[in-house]
Design a protein around this ligand. Sequence first.
Ligand SMILES: Nc1nc2c(ncn2[C@@H]2O[C@H](COP(=O)(O)OP(=O)(O)OP(=O)(O)O)[C@@H](O)[C@H]2O)c(=O)[nH]1
Ligand SMILES: [Mg+2]
Length: 308
Amino acid sequence: MAFTRDSDQRLSRYDNGDALILVIGPSGAGKSTFINNYAKEPVAKVTEGYLACTEAVEAFTGKLPLDSGDLSSKKQLVLVDTPGFLAGDGIRDESKPLKQIAEWLRPKHGPPRLLTGIIYLHDMSVKTIHKEIRMTLSIFSKICGQDAVPMTILVKSHWSADEGCQKRSDALNSGFFSALINAGAESMDINGNTTEETVIQRLLEKDTRKSLIQLQRELEEGKKIPRTAAGKELKRTLEELVRSAVDSKSRSALKRAIKELKPTLAHRIQEMLGWSVSVYLPGHSCLYFSANRSSIGDKASFGSVPGL
Ligand SMILES: Nc1nc2c(ncn2[C@@H]2O[C@H](COP(=O)(O)OP(=O)(O)OP(=O)(O)O)[C@@H](O)[C@H]2O)c(=O)[nH]1
Ligand SMILES: [Mg+2]
């Protein structure tokens, strides 16, 4: 199918006649694999171990399928791979994926890129909806906004033939994904009958996109990323992750926790676009992290800390 990797996204210009499809979802869900399976060649790098793999937004450009109907005026199909949210590897700055996606959707130079569709990948081999999966969906919902939900297909990867997989998929549609489905998102299972081609074809058929998605609209209004709904949701999420990592009330234990957290969670929230994170704990204690300090005190003593 001859897809090529767009090596310099900042300089590349897509025509609004091109069909741009954003592939998004938790780390390891199979976003890059989806693109490779569609392209029928390993254009995107895929995770082999447990560490998050895709580190930047990467666009892969190829020909539209021949039977694209009304899209005949469109020039190219562009599949946009994105880094997963909340990889939790303690290495990556967790604010980066949102920043990179935002910058791709609304380049500094040039107009916002109009999307034809969005694919949200979900890994069916994961049998519980753990915190990071839940949080990723809530950040995604804020990126997308209610109006853009109908251009989204929820795609289930890592499918297995057992009966349990189908049951879990049905349960997801009536539970975890129900708000999106009720708002117009479709669900498709990559189960052998439905393939990557079927999903892309369906998005091309819909091609209902006429306006910007929520994150693009907010950026157009002049909001900085942390002030957008997705930025606020990410910040709330990271604070919750830090809070849940600290479950002790004792001051000495908290001091120890800060030390232990420093190379992991604290590192993850550093360089966060200049954000600081304060976490209030029982007993009037407060953990405070920023790019250059992390400390503990009571709520009153943090009144004078800049950024709080
Ligand atoms: N069995 C199975 N394995 C899959 C499927 N999709 C992806 N994988 C495997 O899952 C792992 C993660 O796949 P990736 O495509 O790198 O996932 P990703 O969502 O791009 O991950 P990040 O880039 O880290 O966000 C790889 O080992 C893939 O081979 C699938 O549908 N079935
Ligand atoms: Mg990837």
